[in-house]
Design a protein around this ligand. Structure first.
Ligand SMILES: Nc1ncnc2c1ncn2[C@@H]1O[C@H](COP(=O)(O)OP(=O)(O)OP(=O)(O)O)[C@@H](O)[C@H]1O
Ligand SMILES: O=C(O)C1=C[C@@H](O)[C@@H](O)[C@H](O)C1
Ligand SMILES: [Mg+2]
Length: 164
């Protein structure tokens, strides 16, 4: 079983992947970290030197090479490419649905996400524009506002048990 965690920047994919990995005793892969490790550069550096298109190609390559039995914490933009959305269908896609207010609270001082920039209107448009893609790709939707990571992980396990 391949479990993909999806959601906007700051929705908690990386945090929840770790909790879920303990509960299910499954290894987890953090796509952003893997790409940073392979490229020997940070994400802001990759975007700065090679551009977003290059980063997106690396994401697709990595998606094609993920192991069968694991949890994959995806990058927030993985749902942008049609090809990626098709690759996600090979596993169970769990969308962490966070509200705009929650995302803003969590990312208020964040400097590590190159696409979290501009004024509030730009950011909100970016967030809103992606929501249909997260929804369309999801097998399971988990609302994450005001929940602790361990609660979210337990809810995911419960939903997986009732998911066929
Ligand atoms: N359930 C939660 N409750 C409170 N804070 C949380 C929760 N989940 C994550 N956070 C905090 O929110 C921030 C973003 O979380 P995280 O890095 O896991 O998000 P992400 O979805 O992996 O983002 P990205 O797509 O940019 O990698 C972190 O500071 C994390 O500690
Ligand atoms: O939402 C996005 O497009 C991104 C999210 C992060 O996880 C990183 O993959 C990168 O900063 C791009
Ligand atoms: Mg992350």
């Amino acid at each position: 079983m391949k479990l993909f965690l999806t959601g906007y920047m700051g929705s908690g994919k990386s945090t929840v992947a770790e909790q879920l990995s303990q509960l299910l005793n499954l290894a987890y892969i953090e796509m952003d970290h893997e790409i940073e490790r392979m490229e020997e550069l940070t994400i802001p550096e990759i975007f700065e030197h090679f551009g977003e298109e290059y980063f997106r190609r690396k994401e697709t390559e990595l998606l094609k090479n993920t192991a069968e039995e694991c949890i994959i914490s995806t990058g927030g933009g993985v749902i942008l490419k049609e090809e990626n959305r098709r690759l996600l269908k090979k596993g169970v896609v769990i969308y962490l649905n966070a509200s705009w207010d929650t995302i803003c609270e969590r990312l208020v001082n964040d400097q590590t996400r190159p696409l979290w920039n501009g004024n509030d209107d730009n950011k909100k448009e970016h967030f809103t524009g992606r929501l249909p893609l997260y929804k369309e790709t999801a097998d399971i939707v988990i609302d994450v506002d005001n929940k602790k990571p361990e609660v979210i992980a337990k809810q995911i396990v419960a939903r997986l048990n009732s998911h066929h």
